[in-house]
Design a protein around this ligand. Sequence first.
Ligand code: K1U
Ligand code: ZN
Length: 176
Amino acid sequence: MALLPILSYPDPRLRTIAKPVEQVDDEIKTLIKDMFETMYAAKGIGLAATQVDRHIQLIVMDLSDDGSQPRVFINPKVTPLVADKNTYEEGCLSVPEFYESVERPTKVTIEAMDEDGNTFNEEAEGMLAVCIQHEMDHLNGVIFVDYLSRLKQTRARDKVKKVIKQRARQGDVVPA
Ligand code: K1U
Ligand code: ZN
C-alpha cells in the first residue's frame, strides 16, 4: 500500500473533469486501497481520485469514528431528491485547516458501482448526502471554496500556503 500526495488548492489539476472507470481491474483495486490509506492518514472522511491526481470517477469514504465503514463509489451519479437545502461547515483535504459553511440539497439519490463492480442505488441524507455531494464536485473540478465570496477564497489560499509551509518545516508532508 502507499500514501498518495494530495493536491492542494489552488492547484489547476483539481479542475480536471474525471472520466468514467471502464473496468474495475487490479489497478483500480490497488488505487482504492491506496486512497483509503491516504484518507485515513490525513484524518479525512472522504477522498475523490481527482485529489490524488487520478482523473477517474472514483470516491472513497468512511463516515464512522473508528474506520469500520469503508465505502467505495465508482462512476457515481448523484441527484437531488428535494428542493430543501441544509448548511454544513465543510472541510477539504485539499484546503487544509480551512472550514466554511456550504448550502446543499438535504436529500439525494446515489447510483454507483462498488469495488466488486456491482451497481447499487441508495437514498442519502445527513453527512452522507453532504460528503457525496462534496466529493462529486471534486470529480467535476469544483472545490467547496468556489461557493464562497472572493474574500473567503483569498483567505483559503493564504491558509493553504501557510499550512504547506508549516508542514514542510516539520517534514510532515511533501507537497504534490
Ligand atoms: O474531499 C475531501 O477533501 C474530504 C473531506 C470530506 C468532507 C468533510 C466535511 C464536509 C464535507 C466533506 C474531509 O474529510 S475534510 C477533513 C475534515 O476536516 C473533517 C473530518 C471529519 C468531519 C468533518 C471534517
Ligand atoms: Zn474536498
